[in-house]
Write a protein that binds this ligand. Structure first.
Ligand SMILES: NC(=O)c1ccc[n+]([C@@H]2O[C@H](COP(=O)([O-])OP(=O)(O)OC[C@H]3O[C@@H](n4cnc5c(N)ncnc54)[C@H](O)[C@@H]3O)[C@@H](O)[C@H]2O)c1
Ligand SMILES: O=C(O)C(=O)C[C@]1(C(=O)O)C=C[C@@H](O)C=C1
Length: 292
């Protein structure tokens, strides 16, 4: 599909794209780019065979490439666009994997004036709590959803190419309006991460924390796995999508207040109905999307 692919930020997601693209024969050569402080990770990526080579000079990284994938934290994307602007080529396709898409479109508008028609923002709904190239795997995107949020002026050929690229990496691709994407992901990804971070933050600050963690078992571990995610990545995501997240936090506070009231008034019937509604809703979601 591509002769030369450039990955800016060869971490969990960038590294997994490189591994899967190589495994599927989607490109002949993969070059990684990063800053001086990313060099150790890039060296590891090269030694693992995830990328063919790396450079700390962006002009060399994007020379003669057919596709550039930006896989850095969302807050860095505006500065990456600024650095790419003088090097931008009409012969290449540009995409990113940021977890928020409104911020990527806004950054492109700010840097370029209008979103370039060969920029196709994308978001794999797949990941892990671990970071860096050592966490990357070749099947991360297999049978996982991926959302493309093209601007109105996007080139249909570029959109089509990115869609096919992700399908060949194993993803189930949907095309979505940017605002809708950010609203849906606030509920399904951002709020759950905030909840997990908040719970562990609260419990971790308690005096009896060592005892709490000593007796924590499966439920606690399942619920809080994502609180091991990278704090830098998640502060960026939450800040970029706060307008969608804050109203959801308000709603959740209302739900917790309701449960508190039911306990205070010994309303075990309503408590049972609330838990039953949630259990059934989750089962419907599992049946519909996972068949298990
Ligand atoms: N982790 C997930 O579950 C997940 C899932 C979907 C999308 N995403 C998105 O993918 C992107 C990357 O996340 P990740 O989990 O792969 O993170 P990561 O930390 O594993 O990888 C990011 C890489 O980018 C490099 N980097 C950081 N700032 C840079 C800069 N200014 N210039 C060049 N390189 C830079 C880092 O060295 C690192 O190797 C983020 O935008 C995130 O929102 C993450
Ligand atoms: O499985 C995980 O650890 C994830 O956090 C993956 C997850 C999510 O489902 O919330 C995290 C961020 C993304 O942008 C997409 C996927």
């Amino acid at each position: 599909m591509f002769n030369r692919l450039c990955i800016i930020g060869v971490g969990l997601i960038g590294g997994s794209i490189a591994r899967a693209a190589r495994q599927q024969g989607l490109c002949n050569n993969i070059v990684g780019y990063g800053r001086k402080l990313d060099e150790q990770n890039l060296k590891t990526a090269k030694s693992l065979g995830v990328i063919d080579d790396y450079t700390l000079e962006l002009d060399k990284a994007v020379q003669d490439v057919d596709c550039v994938v930006i896989a850095t934290p969302v807050a860095s994307i505006e500065s990456i666009f600024t650095q790419l602007k003088p090097l931008w080529s009409n012969d290449a396709i540009y995409t990113d994997v940021g977890s928020t898409k409104g911020s990527v479109i806004a950054a492109a508008q700010k840097v370029f004036g209008v979103v370039p028609d060969n920029l196709v923002p994308a978001h794999p709904i797949a990941g892990a709590e671990n970071s860096g190239v050592t966490a990357s795997v070749d099947d991360l995107f297999l049978n996982k959803r991926l959302i493309i949020t093209p601007a109105d002026n996007a080139s249909p050929e570029a959109v089509q190419k990115i869609q096919v690229f992700w399908e060949r990496l194993g993803s189930l691709v949907s095309v979505m309006d940017v605002q809708h994407h950010d609203s849906v992901l606030a509920a399904t990804s951002h709020l759950p991460h905030i909840l997990a971070f908040a719970l562990v933050d609260m419990l971790g600050h308690k005096d009896e924390q060592s005892e709490i963690f000593q007796y924590a078992a499966g439920g606690f571990k399942d619920f809080t796995r994502i609180a091991s995610s990278d704090p830098t990545m998640w502060k960026d995501i939450c800040a970029a999508n706060k307008d969608e997240i804050i109203p959801l936090i308000e709603q959740l506070k209302g739900e917790l207040d309701k449960i508190q009231r039911l306990l205070e008034t010994n309303d075990s019937q309503q408590l049972f109905e609330t838990f039953t509604y949630a259990k059934n809703a989750r089962q419907r979601f599992l049946d519909q999307f996972y068949n298990n």
